[in-house]
Design a protein around this ligand. Structure first.
Ligand code: AMP
Ligand code: GLY
Length: 420
């Protein structure tokens, strides 16, 4: 089949690599793609929020399947329009995508279904800010109720910063949420689902803060690994009972069923109890870079089955390996990334039997044939090995060779799992 991947990050490169080794896939198109996807197929220059342009492209190239990476086109209705045109789409319709498009909608859904999550208050009036700051304890968790490209959440112990986040969100959006701060260890569970069934990918853990020891500002994610041991078999059982099954039951019974990935961002407390921090309606970035390489069976077939509503006929298999990915970010990321720098040393790959290492390209482009940075997260080095230690050291072996002026990466990816 001919597949179109929408997006241009490391996640989309990881999906393209997975599809390139799928027997069911004959050609890969990506829009807009990046320097990595370019070497696996054809890049197109339609942006991921140009819905009519992407539908037109899918028809033009006669796509048998469209896989949507980012959330924005899903919220804007790309899946709805593709399905109207008879094109299978991996990614939910716009109504399903509101689980990520509106934090308030997600919260209401969880409360209705009894899915465990933090308590929350809606603020609509600036005058109420001091009252709510008093009623929730520091650190305060403030969430905008709009798609904010990963920048809509503030977690702070500084009351002035909290006041500022609340009042500026109110000014922009007229509404803001304050949420109970959850303690514990975070984990991500990516669930491929349709109305006939669901498949959980190996649980992973992202590293959200910019710098080592979880210091610095929140980012889109500086590295990840899988499987994450915080999700032990008994914790996974609770996640299935308390989160995945109720959500699947709810989503499969909607007028338009949910077909795609539901990403559960979880906090696991010291007793192993999971609570949902957020839902995303797509694969995670960088979680995809450490979960897709662990799928042994045909990725194209899995994504097509979910897009067509026949997932129960598929039984995917996993390799049982571990994976780790380390993100290289531009100077100044996340606040004000400096773009356009020359990248060298990113051609290394490792293939030593069961241990493999590769680069997943993200914010990169070619300028007169030369590789340059074009985004905050530039690329990620990923290792896959029989042990997590092996995966982490393979990823670092690769990233240590990459040179981009002023760039930074974390040196402690996997630290929680390796300390266990
Ligand atoms: P989100 O975009 O909702 O995933 O939030 C970004 C990050 O903020 C999460 O990955 C957590 O690290 C942190 N965060 C969000 N909500 C909470 C919460 N209720 N308690 C503790 N940390 C949170
Ligand atoms: N890694 C976090 C996300 O994809 O939202």
């Amino acid at each position: 089949m001919r597949v179109l991947i929408v997006g241009g990050g490391g996640r989309e490169h990881a999906i393209a690599i997975g599809l390139s080794s799928s027997p069911s896939v004959t050609s890969i198109h990506t829009s807009p793609g990046n320097a990595g996807t370019r070497s696996l197929g054809t890049n197109h220059d339609i942006g991921s929020s140009d819905i009519d342009g992407l539908v037109g492209l899918s028809i033009e190239i006669q796509a048998d399947l469209v896989v949507v990476g980012p959330e924005a086109p899903l919220v804007l209705g790309l899946a709805d329009k593709l399905r109207e045109n008879g094109i299978p789409c991996f990614g939910p319709h716009s109504g399903g995508a509101m689980l990520e498009g509106s934090k308030l909608h997600a919260k209401k859904t969880m409360l209705e279904l009894g899915v465990p999550t933090g308590s929350c208050q809606v603020i609509k009036d600036v005058e109420d800010i001091p009252k709510f700051l008093d009623s929730f304890h520091s650190p305060w968790v403030i969430k905008r109720d709009v798609l904010a490209g990963g920048k809509g959440v503030t977690v702070t112990s500084d009351r002035i910063a909290a006041e500022h986040a609340l009042s500026s969100a109110l000014e922009e959006d007229g509404i803001v949420l304050m949420e109970e701060h959850l303690d514990g260890e975070e984990a991500s569970v990516l669930i491929v689902m349709d109305e006939t069934g669901f498949v959980c990918l190996p649980p992973s853990q992202d590293h959200k803060r910019a710098f080592d020891n979880d210091m610095g500002p929140n980012t889109g994610g500086m590295g990840a690994y899988a499987p994450a041991p915080v999700v032990s078999p008994s914790v996974m059982e609770r996640i299935l009972d308390e989160v995945v099954e109720p959500m699947h039951h709810h989503l499969r019974n909607q007028e338009t069923p949910y077909r795609g990935c539901l990403y559960a961002g979880l906090m696991i407390d010291e007793n192993g109890a999971p609570r949902v921090i957020e839902f995303n309606v797509r694969f995670g970035d960088p979680e995809t870079q450490v979960t897709v390489p662990l799928i042994d069976s045909d990725l194209g077939q899995l994504l097509l089955a979910a897009a067509e509503g026949s997932l129960s006929s598929i039984e995917p298999s996993f390799s049982g390996m571990s994976a780790a990915t380390v993100v290289l970010a531009s100077k100044g990321y996340p606040e004000s990334p400096k773009l356009g720098g020359l990248i060298s040393g990113s051609e290394t790959s490792i293939d030593e039997g069961e241990t493999v290492g590769m680069v997943h390209y993200a914010g990169t482009s070619l300028r007169e044939g030369v590789l340059v940075s074009s985004g905050g997260r530039v690329l990620a080095a990923t290792g896959v090995a029989p042990t997590l230690e092996g995966a982490v050291s393979t990823a670092y072996e690769i990233i240590d060779n990459v040179d981009l002026d002023g760039s930074h990466y974390r040196s402690d990816i996997g630290h929680r799992a390796l300390k266990r």
